[in-house]
Design a protein around this ligand. Structure first.
Ligand code: HDD
Length: 752
């Protein structure tokens, strides 16, 4: 039973949680001392379409959040019970006949506990099993009523709750976050007119053109079936066998082998709906559309050696980064942009807009920003929300419709179908995270785990006994766009689908030199892992059709001669409208040059100059970075003068790949202690090798020299990512470091 003090405690805890929607301690790590927002005032509901809140965390109190309230359970102040609600007296000991005697079958408490435990696991997603998600909201900038009647776009400032899940594709549920892979980017909009799922990826094109090939693609990339290896990796024979025999994969391969395949953070990836969809307005007029999500922080990636090492140091690297940023009130944000075009425009393009292996260069159709998505609340429970959320491309609302893309058609079937196995029956839409805000009304009945209790004797339509209810909405409901159709029933593809290389070349030629080198490195690594040389050669012969330069670089890395070009399916494709497109480079979205939420290590040991540590720490925090004091061991660090301070991590538990930059403080004794440690040398040389930003203050310049990290580039120019600060000039050196860290990485170091 609840005792009054427990109830009070609980009320106090709830009041505190409401007053601090994010974790104030975590906020401090991100330099947000003053970031605690006042308790939410106005609530934002789907019924107030232009509602606005004065802080982002207030928007937490969204329609979906309150909708989920009914399903939340909170044990504080509660007594332990069985699933039947019977209070449990002893949860430590099973029921026995004598203390040393046999356990009794009668022990329903033991049996219930074990039985439930035995059935805790559900099948993981066949693809995209590994994922991380968060709640948030979408806010429209302007009404888009000229193009669509979809609820989220009907008024400026209109707020729609969302739940967004990011994922890798190939790995299993517990696999590493930094595998080279596409990232899933799935957004569930809980609109006033039902749920709309925009189930996209961080890459705007896909491997295949027709859903008929999807099971083959996935079987090829998943661990090989005889020995179950490798996990979360495409670097194996079956994937490249399939890819090299299916030249339609080439364009997407270029993207995955680029740094897009190894993002720095899920908060720093783009998202794309991939397919051509339709927008339909209230008058029933249709335009084609492609959806783009652009991260406010810019697009940033890891380098391969770093990604591999992060897998060992923290295989939850992306999940942790997303969770902690949101906990700290450092809410990730994306702008939604639309490429809107007509059927007539589409007819004139050199490529087919129904082909998911093609994108529309922004030079042909610009991206119009229409709103923003902010993720401002972590899930309460991973399983209940992130694992049980069920997306489907067929979940659209009036105002959104489909194109005839044959890949999309297969997806419409696959997603619902897969949930029936994964979530155990046809009623998965009733799981709270999947339920629309307005409860569904129809005559579908029964099935496993039914939650709703439909009243009355009518479960059919038309009816008179139920007053005709629920009744059809007619034109107010979803009406499919009446696209005229013609043609014979047949299996095949339109001709332009056979152009497999023009856009792969467009992508490659749009990259900077360093990105091109990384793409070649990606192919080299993956193909070097193959055991069958013929597959390697076949793939390189396909790359010759993309770029002779690329094929030659990859072939040299594999120790083979450049093979003859693979014969093309379409010898004379239509000439492309553009041959380069700046938007296709990761460099096109550098972010705002700030360092908010970047992670910086300050290496410390007894005898460092406490003042230089404090100055660097304060300036970095003020700029929004997370600062970590990494020492040879935990516990207090005694600086040369001043108060001791606590280390937050050790050289052993916090390797260099986890940080965007490193600060080496002044202080002769401290520097001497650090210089004696191989881990410190490893730290500096890894940071240097991975293009990170380094700051050496005063005496610690010697550490940089000892680690062999040159402050000069091969070109003879000063390394922009290496800041050496003279003693007594700490503040300006830290300011330079912050500017350099805002570049994210210094790839020019790779030139030599
Ligand atoms: Fe898919 C999951 C994205 C093609 C069949 N897919 C899934 C998820 C994302 C995508 C982001 C994870 C959703 C979540 O977080 O729960 N898939 C894509 C994109 C594609 C694509 C952008 C191409 C443009 N997918 C695709 C095809 C098929 C599927 C062609 C089948 C014909 N996808 C599935 C699935 C999954 C899935 C088997 C596994 C788990 C799930 O659906 O819920 O149905």
């Amino acid at each position: 039973a609840k005792s009054p003090p427990q109830a009070e405690q609980r009320a106090a805890a709830q009041a505190l949680a409401a007053a601090m929607p994010h974790n104030a301690n975590k906020a401090l790590d991100f330099g947000r001392e003053n970031a605690v927002t006042p308790p939410p005032g106005a609530t934002v509901s789907s019924d107030s379409p232009t509602a606005s809140a004065s802080t982002l965390s207030e928007v937490n109190v969204s329609a979906k959040s309150s909708h989920l309230d009914g399903a939340r359970s909170d044990a504080s102040g509660q007594v332990l019970t069985t699933n039947q609600g019977v209070a449990i007296g002893d949860n430590q000991n099973s029921l026995k006949a004598g203390l040393r005697g046999p356990t009794l079958l009668e022990d329903f408490i033991l049996r219930e506990k074990i039985t439930h435990f035995d059935h805790e696991r559900i099948p993981e997603r066949i693809v995209h099993a590994r994922g991380s998600a968060a709640h948030g909201f979408f806010e429209a900038y302007e009404p888009m009523t000229a193009f669509t009647r979809a609820a989220p776009f009907q008024a400026a400032g209109k707020i729609t709750p969302v739940f967004t899940r990011f994922s890798t594709v190939a790995g299993e549920r517990g696999s590493t976050d930094t595998a080279r892979d596409i990232r899933g980017f799935a957004v569930k909009f809980y609109t006033d007119e039902g749920n709309w799922d925009l189930v996209g990826n961080n890459i705007p094109v896909f491997f295949i053109q027709d859903a008929m090939k999807f099971p083959d693609l996935v079987h090829a990339v998943k661990p090989e079936p005889h020995h179950g290896m490798p996990q979360a990796a495409s670097a194996h024979d079956t994937f490249w066998d399939f890819a090299s025999l299916s030249p339609e994969t080439t364009h997407t391969l270029m993207w995955v082998m680029s740094d897009r395949g190894i993002p720095r953070s899920l908060r720093m990836i783009q998202g794309f709906g991939v397919h051509t969809y339709r927008l339909v307005n209230a008058a029933g007029e249709s335009h084609f559309v492609k959806f783009h999500w652009t991260p406010k922080l810019g697009t940033h990636s890891l380098v391969w050696d770093e990604a591999v090492k992060i897998s060992g140091a923290d295989s939850d690297f992306h999940r942790r980064d997303l969770w902690e940023a949101i906990e700290a009130g450092e809410y990730p944000e994306w702008e939604l942009g639309l490429q809107i075009f007509t059927e007539a425009q589409a007819e004139a393009f050199s490529f087919d807009v129904l082909d998911a292996t093609k994108l529309i260069p922004e030079e042909l159709v610009p991206v119009t920003p229409v709103g923003r998505m902010v993720l401002n609340r972590n899930p309460d429970n991973f399983f209940a929300e992130t694992e049980q959320v069920a997306f489907c491309t067929a979940h659209v609302v009036p105002g959104i419709d489909f194109s005839n893309d044959p890949l999309l058609a297969g997806r419409m079937h696959s997603y619902i179908d897969t949930q029936i196995t994964r979530l155990g029956g046809a009623n998965f839409h009733e799981i709270p995270i999947n339920a629309p805000i307005k409860p569904p009304q129809n005559n579908q009945r029964d099935g496993l785990h039914r939650q709703a209790i439909p009243r009355g004797r009518v479960a059919y339509e038309p009816n008179s006994l139920g007053g005709g209810c629920p009744f059809q909405a007619g034109a107010a409901g979803f009406v499919s766009f009446p696209q005229p159709l013609e043609g014979d029933k047949l299996r095949g593809k339109p001709e332009k689908f056979a152009d497999h290389y023009t856009q792969a070349t467009l992508f490659y030629e749009s990259q900077t030199a360093i990105e091109k080198a990384h793409i070649a490195g990606g192919f080299r690594f993956e193909l070097s892992k193959l055991t069958v040389p013929a597959i390697r050669e076949r793939m390189v012969s396909s790359l010759v059709n993309v770029s002779e330069e690329l094929a030659a670089t990859v072939a040299a890395g594999l120790g083979i001669a450049v093979p003859k070009a693979m014969p093309k399916a379409l010898a004379h494709p239509t000439a492309p409208e553009v041959t380069t497109s700046a938007a296709l480079s990761l460099m096109a979205l550098p972010g705002d040059g700030g360092i908010r939420s970047r992670s910086v290590a300050i290496l410390v040991a007894d005898g460092v100059d406490g003042k230089s540590v404090a100055t660097a720490q304060a300036a970095l925090r003020a700029a929004g970075a997370q600062v970590h004091l990494i020492a040879p061991r935990l516990g207090p660090v005694n600086p040369a003068s001043g108060e001791p301070f606590d280390a937050t991590g050790t050289l052993e538990n916090s390797p260099p790949v986890l940080f965007d930059g490193v600060v080496l403080p002044d202080g002769a004794a401290g520097v001497k202690a650090l210089a004696a440690l191989i881990e410190v040398m490893d730290f500096i040389s890894n940071q240097h090798r991975h293009g990170k930003t380094l700051l050496a203050l005063g005496a610690s310049k010697a550490l940089i020299e000892q680690a062999g990290a040159s402050p000069t580039l091969a070109s003879g120019e000063a390394d922009p990512g290496m800041v050496i600060g003279a003693a007594a000039k700490t503040a300006p050196a830290v300011a330079d470091f912050i500017t350099a860290l805002g570049r994210h990485r210094h790839p020019e170091r790779e030139a030599g």
